[in-house]
Ligand binder design. Sequence first.
Ligand code: PGA
Length: 250
Amino acid sequence: MRRSIVAGNWKMHGSQEQALRFCEALSAAPLAAEVELVVFPPVAYLGLFAANVSQEGVQFGAQDLHPSPEGAHTGDISGEMIADLGGRWVLVGHSERRREHREDDALVAAKVRAALAVGLKPIVCVGETLAQRRADAANAVVADQLRTVLDAVGPEGLVRGAVAYEPVWAIGTGASAAPEQAEAMHGVIRQTLAVRDAALAEEQLRVLYGGSVTADNAADLFHQPNVDGGLVGGASLEAESFLAIAAAAG
Ligand code: PGA
């Protein structure tokens, strides 16, 4: 049985006060044991999370890391620092990083390797643009993004974290992928790993869907056989909607 993950990506939103309210609400909420909850606040609030989340079931991490363990990289943070603050997870290759910071597949693979080297669990984000989908290239684009990471860390490395399928056209648009579209691409992702290790693909690889997940559409998405939870942006900022989405994965 693959344990579901519901992860919240706050992006560059929030404040100390909002983060504290969120931590208090999460600490007091009844959580389903079969769902792993992970929150990715801005790194500025990681320490606040470490000090104020008092439930076993709630984990947190950072939205990015530098591929080097340390050095002269102004403005960046290392995997070791994230772990030092109590983070267990890290997002890698989010489409906003790929677009705004020109991160390519090779850099994403190097970051995944760096995360694993310090014991962080990477959530590798993959997904096609609308133009790529219209050109019938979506499956090839996503499989290529994943293969570069697989070449770098192997199947065992990949399954230590998770993969998030996030079609770029569905992020922040309110237009989620249809459950069947998500299921089809999650099948492609699982198959890309299965070619190298069928048992790990079937039993251990967790593939999350991301892109306009809400409390209203989460259950339909999460009930697809190849969808193992979600990566939630906007709807993860308030504990109430985040917990409602988590409940849909239970
Ligand atoms: P969204 O973002 O839920 O606001 O669409 C998802 C993401 O980018 O991780």
